[in-house]
Structure formats: C-alpha cells, structure tokens
Design a protein around this ligand. Structure first.
Ligand SMILES: [Cu+2]
Length: 149
C-alpha cells in the first residue's frame, strides 16, 4: 500500500543525505564566480555520523589567494603557507556535534583566468575516521567545484 509514497519518501531521504556534503559556495550560495574578482566563500560542513566532527582541513585550489578569514567562535584555525606566503591549506579544530553543521567564511582572490576550482576537504571525526571530499570516490566524496568565468 502507498508504495509510490514510500518510494517518494525514500528518494527524498536519499536526496537530503546526498545534499549534506562538505561544500564550498560563494557567500550567496553560487558555484560560479568571476576571474580576478575578490569573492567571499563559505565552507559548509555537516556532521553526518552519530559522533562529532573534530577537525576540518581545506586544500586551497591553485590560483586562489585567501586574504582574510571570518572569526568562527569555538574553532582554532591554523594555516600552511608556501614560499610565496600564500595559504595552501587551512585546518579548523573544534566540535560539530551530530545534527549540527558549521560554516567557515573567507575572502579570496580568484585566479586571473577562467578556471574550474576543485575544493578538497577532509573531515575528521572523534573516532579518528576521516571522510575525504576530494573526488577520490566522486560518488561518495565529491569535491566541491567553483567555475571561474
Ligand atoms: Cu553528505
């Protein structure tokens, strides 16, 4: 009975799970931006297990220059820089409990030429497990993309 309703519910649940990935979007939620522009990006990370997320690592795509971070209370941020002084990786440590998500905002300068940015994110849980959002398994752990036009 009501098999189609159940199917619809099941696919809606699957969709909501699939949508709950670690993602990078512009501040207004877009997946595209302008070459050479200054943009505010937001990294959104939901906890998808029954245990807390404890660490989030972002690998900054080549050609993107992070200039400033918004303060995120409760999180300790460290960065890795290259010889040119540009931020290549960011690590945030803190706690994102089950049913919670966190958003990190940062300002960055886009590459001067059109590009497809791939944002690799590694999410560590309190049991030490790491979920890789880096396209190693595009179905399970897609890396967020931004099209720079
Ligand atoms: Cu997800």
């Amino acid at each position: 009975m009501f098999k189609s309703h159940l199917l619809a519910l099941a696919s809606a649940l699957l969709l909501s799970v699939a949508a709950a990935h670690a993602t990078v979007r512009t501040e207004s939620g877009l997946t595209e931006s302008k070459a050479g522009a200054s943009e505010t990006y937001r990294l959104n990370v939901p906890t998808e297990k029954d245990i807390s997320t404890t660490e989030i690592r972002l690998v900054v795509p080549a050609g993107v220059t992070i200039t400033r971070f918004q303060v995120t209370p409760g999180f300790l941020r460290t960065v890795k820089k290259n010889e040119a002084g540009l931020v290549t990786e960011v690590v945030w440590k803190g706690r994102v409990a089950p049913m919670e998500y966190v958003r990190f905002f940062f300002q960055a300068r886009n590459p001067a030429a059109p590009a497809e940015l791939s944002w690799k994110v590694y999410q560590t849980y309190s049991d030490g497990s790491v979920v890789a959002w880096d396209d190693t398994d595009p179905a399970q752990g897609p890396a967020s993309k931004t099209t720079v036009k």
